[in-house]
Design a protein around this ligand. Structure first.
Ligand code: ADP
Ligand code: MG
Ligand code: MG
Length: 341
């Protein structure tokens, strides 16, 4: 039925009984999912809850455990992952959700594929990249986002989805060096056919460091779904900058830094970000060495077209993806291609 089934190793023909939800798993199995999983190690901890590596039918899976006060995020994320036709190789693979009781405390679980490389943020911190590797990460991130953003028409169609929390920590790196977009707790769906936008969006959500100027100065028209996609594209610009810094050219590389590391502290406030991004109109600096590298200079041009102050001047996800693919093709074809990568 869907590609994820390859990983599921069901011998009992269970999968014929699928619920029709995005997980592709039968409801019966989903309701007892937690009982079939043994938690192995905690891989992430935060205000939100915890993420664990667990074992399910002999395979590694990831379990995101929400605090019960955060039930809204759990149900939102579950709902988004259950969207028809959401499945895509560059969207984190969903297995199922479960509500269980541990020592009479409610625990909310969201079970997905596990990626041992962790997030793009972790990956960039740990590894220098060559051009080919960087383009693969960037292209596949954009493929995931373009799929998310696009509506597929028809009775079994897919609504357009705006992520609203794009950042390097919410993009996972798969073992084959491609990316998968994760963390859909703030996502909003929209269908042109029904003209309906789900969830009244709220301005002050998302990660402040990555907030677009129109969120910070509150000029955004929240009723316009297209505006939410443009907010995602602003954040994409910052992620491309984080990535390009980690590409070696002529033996030079920048250390990993988050966007605006040189302007704000660790946990910037809304007002601080507004001052930097809207009032002072600051954007990340493109290092000089990028100018003499064809891939890095093209990526620099792209990121500027993503973080433009005017949301309407920003490129759509599909355009960024196509431009990056062209760049990758010219890299492969260049006579120096072998040495360049
Ligand atoms: P939150 O909504 O609390 O930010 P995320 O879904 O972004 O939760 O997960 C938090 C962190 O846990 C991620 O930044 C990543 O480092 C790690 N993580 C989440 N899901 C996975 C997964 N499927 N495989 C590996 N690491 C993961
Ligand atoms: Mg997250
Ligand atoms: Mg989240």
């Amino acid at each position: 039925v869907s590609s994820s089934h390859d990983n599921l190793k069901s011998q009992d023909g269970y999968l014929e009984l699928t619920s029709g939800s995005g997980s592709g798993l039968p409801l019966l199995i989903q309701r007892t999912l937690a009982k079939q999983i043994s938690l192995a190690e905690c891989i992430g901890k935060g205000r939100y809850g915890e993420v664990w590596r667990g074992i399910w039918h002999g395979e590694n899976i990831a379990v995101k455990i929400f605090f019960s006060r955060d039930e809204a995020s759990w149900s939102r994320e579950t709902e988004i992952y259950s969207t028809v036709l959401l499945r895509h190789e560059n969207i984190l693979g969903y297995i199922g959700s479960d509500m269980t009781s541990v020592n009479s405390c409610t625990q909310l679980w969201l079970v997905t594929h596990y990626h041992s490389n962790g997030s793009l943020y972790d990956h960039l911190n740990r590894n220098p990249l060559n051009r080919r590797h960087a383009l693969s990460l960037a292209i596949t991130t954009m493929a995931g986002l373009a799929h998310l953003h696009s509506e597929i028409l028809g009775t079994q169609g897919k609504p357009a989805i705006a992520h609203r929390d794009i950042k390097s920590k919410n993009i996972l790196v798969k073992a084959n060096g491609t990316c998968a977009i994760a963390d859909f707790g703030l996502a909003v769906t929209h269908s042109q056919t029904t003209g309906e936008t789900q969830i009244a969006p709220n301005t002050r959500v998302g990660t402040k460091r990555y907030m677009a100027p129109e969120l910070l100065d509150e000029s955004i028209d929240m009723d316009c779904f297209e505006a939410l996609k443009r907010v995602d594209m602003y954040a994409v610009g910052l992620v491309l900058w984080e990535l390009a810094r980690r590409v070696i050219s002529n033996g030079i590389i920048e250390e990993y830094q988050p966007p605006f590391y040189d302007r704000v502290g660790n946990d910037p406030s809304f007002e601080e970000m507004k001052k930097v991004v809207c009032i002072d109109q600051q954007r990340p600096v493109l290092p000089n060495r990028w100018a003499s590298d064809p891939v890095l200079s093209s990526m620099g041009k792209l990121m500027k077209e993503c973080w433009h102050f005017n949301p309407h001047a920003r490129l759509p996800a599909l355009r960024v993806k196509k431009t990056l693919i062209k760049l990758a093709m010219s890299l492969e074809q260049s006579p120096a291609g072998g040495q360049m990568v």
